[in-house]
Structure formats: structure tokens, C-alpha cells
Design a protein around this ligand. Sequence first.
Ligand SMILES: [Zn+2]
Length: 238
Amino acid sequence: MTKKILFLHGWRSVPGGVKSSYLKDHGYEVIAPVLDDEDFEVALATAQAMFDLHKPDVIVGSSRGGALAMNIESSDAKLVLLCPAWKKWGVSKALRANSVILHSRSDEVVAFSDSEELVACSGLPSETLIEIGNDHRLADAASLSVMLWVCDLLASGQQIPSIEGQNPSDGDASSHEEASYVCDACGEEIVIPLDLTEGSSQTYVEDCPVCCRANTIHVQIDDHGNAQVWAEPEQDYD
Ligand SMILES: [Zn+2]
């Protein structure tokens, strides 16, 4: 059955933009209502009505739409928040488990630290916040691809991999210099070297050494040097 996503656009943005189209193009039924720009309460009522009508599996909220997603009654639907403007709009100051935030440290509209604060105040694990993208829009290829990956996981009842779980507790520095991912094509676990000088958020393509299929590799490294790595089949973004 086709999974449903309720997409809540940002302030002075429009439904049917790059992000909601991308989800639609990848097989989701996307409900993307027009939300009132001027009145948050009106927008909230629209979002609530759409949720009640469609009962989506996942709610994706961008910027002010992220604040809307946090403030509607949505039972156990999964939340994917793109640089949520929760400090500016709404009353909710906490996020429930199995929510995921995507945010760029270079965001010029909503501070990255707002999302760090939200995760910390909600008592959620650090993998809840994924640092990605170069700006507030998160419409670049890597951000779109990670957004889709998160939606796929949550819509199928899975969670994003724990960063803590991948890290030995002995604190051996050398353990941070490699990581592994599971090849999407053949299912083999592939160990890769990590280049910490390449930045905390890396995306590149490499051929699986076992089956030779090209994978897009995403690497996220947190402030403690813990790495989160995942792979997906290489795609054309054109
Ligand atoms: Zn493979």
C-alpha cells in the first residue's frame, strides 16, 4: 500500500515545491495543503484537518511547517522536521521519540543550535539530529536523498541507526577512523576508511567491492568523532 506523507510547507513557501515533489516522485502519496502565511493558528487548523482526514504515516514539516508538525495532535505518526522554526511559532517545546530533524549548520534563517537544543530538551539521542545541506532550503541533492531515506525508514516502522551503538566504549581513537555500511545491492557489510578532514557531513559515490554496484555513501560525523554511515543505490538527480 502506498505510504502517505503529509507535507507542511514553510512560511511564504508553496506546496508542490522541490521537496514534496521529490517524495511524490519516489512513490509516496503526498498531501501538501496550502497553509496560511499570516495566521499560525489558521495554518495549524488546516494541518490538523488534513492529518485527521488522511492519517499519514509520516509528517514532513519544513521550517514553520516543522513547528506546525510539532503542534498538531498526530498520535504516533512519525515526524521528519526540516530546520524546524519551533522557537518562533507554536507552543510545543519537545519532540517525541522516533522523530528526526534535518538541519544545516549554515542555515541563515533558523539556527542549527535551535535543533540541538530541541533534541537535548526532549531527551532524544543525538542521531535524532542529522546535519545536512548548505542552507535553509535543504533542496540540494544530498539533503533530498537523506530526507527520503529517513522517510523510508520511519514509514516502514524502523528507526535511524544509533550513533552510540556503532562505537566501542573503550574510546580507542583508531576505532573512529573506519566505519561500515551495508551494501543495498548485495547486503554485504563493507568497511570503509573515514577521512575526518573531509568534514562532518560527506556524500560520495563508490562501487561496492563485493558486487561492484555503485552506492551513494553518506557519512555523518558528530562532535565526538562518532560516525554514522549509510548507503543507497546511486541515483540520477536530474
Ligand atoms: Zn554490494
